[in-house]
Structure formats: C-alpha cells, structure tokens
Design a protein around this ligand. Structure first.
Ligand code: HEC
Length: 154
C-alpha cells in the first residue's frame, strides 16, 4: 500500500481509538478535590442517578426490615424493585458520560438484587439473604469511595 494510504489508516485508527476511549471507556470525568473521580453531569442527569440511589437505599431498608420479620416474600419484592427489569432506561447521552467501571458496578449491583430476590423465593433462608446483602452492599461502598457526581461547567 502507498505511504499516504498507511497514513490515512493510521490517523483513522487513532481517531476511532480515541472515540472508543472517550465514549465507552473513560466517560466524562475529572479528578475531584477529595481524590475521587468526579463524573461531570447536567442537573437532570445528576437527579436521575441520585433518584436511583435513593431507591437502592430504600430497598436495602425494606430488605433488612423484612429479614427481621422472617418475611422472605417481602425480601424478594423489595429486591426486585431495584433489579434489572425495574431499571429506568438511561439516555445514551448519560451513558456516554459514565465511565466503564461505574457502569459495570451499577449493572452488577442490579444483578445482585435480582439474585437475592430469586434466592429469597427459592431457598427462603434469611441468613443466606443477609450474607448476600452484606456482599451486595460492598458495591455501594466501593462505588461511593471511587466516584462522585459534579455539575458540569458550561
Ligand atoms: C456504580 C456506582 C454506585 C453504586 C453501585 C452505588 N452508588 Fe450510591 N451513589 C453513587 C454516587 C456517585 C453518588 C453521589 C455521591 C457524591 O456525589 O458524593 C451516590 C449517592 C448515593 C446516595 C445519596 C442520594 C442523594 O439523594 O443525594 C445514596 C442514598 C446512595 N448513593 C445509596 C446507595 C446504596 C444503598 C447503594 C447500594 C445498594 C449504592 N448507592 C450503590 C454511586 C453508586
């Protein structure tokens, strides 16, 4: 191939690599004063993510209460409220701003709630549910330690 063609191929590869990095892997992130990665969001996007967070906390509260009453049916219901199916559709523009590590932890957390719901129904073992909850809430801790949400500067 001619030198120019190689040049074009090289530039194209660089650009597409850069785009993959920008839109799939890195997200829209700055380093925050507290050392965490600050994801840069609009007000509406931040509100959406935080409302999902409050749903997580509410579900954890319901699960703990239900376990203390040995009510595994309620456990399953509370967990499903934040399972994969209940997940709100995330707009593509917001998806692009979230770093890959954040999305993975988020998906994994929804899946773990689903597994907890399924096991509560099928095994009906409260101590197993508590173990799963302890493991699942490590995701909450890990994500909060690594990321925060800041309003993007325009
Ligand atoms: C994928 C990452 C991630 C996971 C997993 C995660 N969080 Fe969060 N959560 C965040 C971020 C980022 C914030 C904003 C923190 C900040 O800006 O300081 C937040 C904020 C919150 C808030 C504050 C909501 C508000 O209205 O201000 C609550 C409550 C919360 N999370 C609960 C939870 C619980 C409970 C879990 C686990 C079941 C969880 N989160 C899992 C990333 C995550």
């Amino acid at each position: 191939m001619c030198k120019l063609c190689w040049g074009v191929v090289f530039v194209f590869a660089l650009v597409s690599g850069g785009l993959v990095y920008k839109f799939i892997l890195s997200g829209s992130v700055l380093e925050a004063s507290d050392g965490r990665a600050a994801i840069q969001l609009s007000q509406g996007e931040k509100d959406l993510v935080l409302s999902e967070m409050r749903a997580f906390l509410s579900s954890v509260q319901h699960i703990v209460a239900a376990v203390s009453n040995d009510n595994l049916a309620d456990v399953a219901q509370a967990a499903r409220e934040v399972g994969r199916e209940a997940q709100q559709a995330v707009p593509g523009s917001l998806m692009g701003k979230l770093p890959l590590g954040f999305k993975k932890l988020g998906h994994d957390t929804h899946s773990k709630f689903d597994q907890l719901a399924l096991d509560a129904e099928q095994l009906g073992d409260a101590s197993h549910t508590l173990k799963q909850l302890a493991e699942l809430t490590q995701n909450c801790v890990a994500c909060h330690a690594a990321y925060r949400l800041d309003l993007e500067q325009k």
